[in-house]
Design a protein around this ligand. Structure first.
Ligand code: IPD
Length: 276
């Protein structure tokens, strides 16, 4: 199994770099932009092309592997996670940023085997930031080991959040309530426009926590392993175990900080889940 995992890792690194070149070369070009289920949930030809490149290449090399991909899922297909090796792919996370040429978007790829993350890669090609992790082997930025800040105190925390890709009324109400509650209690509140990059900042130790209600498995899969391998926690925002298909995530540099955030925030349970 170790040799197989090495092989999967080498393959996906090479493909991620190829895909990254496409994203980097097109960041400031004019794009063909389509709206998905909400008028601020966007997709470009590059999202589709990158997903196709990754899935076709992986499927050719590993015919028994399964896939959960953002643009494939846009067809309305219910996502299923089984024990089989499953690549969970967001070809361009932060598509809104990509559309505007704002250099904070990334390719997120997680490999799950037996329901556990084994490989997590987040690549921001515009800033040449390649975050990599393998289960039990640590988290890295451009080959250099990284770790979470270890911050435990809410009043010293820099927290990453996102308003998401829909204007759903209940979601906006919860977002505003949490913003009003947290801002007076913490050091700072930040939004990068990419769940994957928010999680990478927690792994890197330059942000202390991230939480969001509404993203999907492809937004969380890579960052989950990256943060855990960097020494942080990834759990459900109610305090229970993290479920990658639940569309809910709280990541923090310590369990103490996660507990302090949970005490303050209002919860939201987005429907449908990714497997509904
Ligand atoms: C979105 C971004 C955004 C987050 C959304 C995600 P996409 O991913 O990560 O920051 O708030 O929840 O869906 O659509 O750009 O791949």
């Amino acid at each position: 199994m170790a040799d197989e995992l090495d092989n999967y890792y080498e393959t996906i690194l090479e493909l991620t770099k190829q895909a990254g070149k496409l994203v980097r070369d097109r960041l400031t070009n004019k794009k063909n932009v389509e709206e998905k289920d909400a008028d601020i949930d966007l997709v470009t030809e590059t999202d589709k092309e990158v997903e196709e490149l990754l899935i076709k290449s992986l499927a050719k090399k590993y015919p028994s592997h399964k896939f959960i991909g953002e643009e494939t899922a846009a067809s309305g297909k219910k996502q299923e996670l089984t024990a089989d090796p499953t690549w969970i792919i967001d070809p361009v996370d932060g598509t809104m940023n990509f559309v505007h040429g704002f250099p904070h978007c990334c390719i997120c790829i997680g490999l799950y085997i037996n329901f556990e993350p084994e490989i997590g890669i987040i690549y921001n090609p515009s800033l040449e930031q390649l975050f990599t992790s393998r289960k039990g082997k640590g988290a890295y930025l451009n080959g250099k080991r990284i770790s979470v800040s270890g911050q435990t105190e809410l009043n010293k925390a820099l927290i990453m959040v996102e308003s998401g890709t829909s204007r759903d009324e209940e979601k906006m109400r919860v977002f505003k309530a949490n913003q009003d509650k947290l801002i007076p209690l913490i050091h700072g509140y930040r939004t990068l426009g990419s769940a994957g990059l928010d999680m990478a900042m927690v792994a890197l130790g330059c942000a202390d926590a991230y939480f969001e209600f509404g993203p999907h498995a492809w937004d969380f899969a890579a960052g989950t392993l990256l943060i855990r391998e960097a020494g942080g926690v990834v759990i459900d925002p109610s305090g229970g175990p993290f479920d990658v298909l639940s569309r809910r995530c709280l990541a923090a540099s310590s369990q103490e900080l996660a507990d302090a955030i949970i005490k303050e925030i209002v919860q939201l349970y987005p429907k449908p889940r990714d497997d509904e």
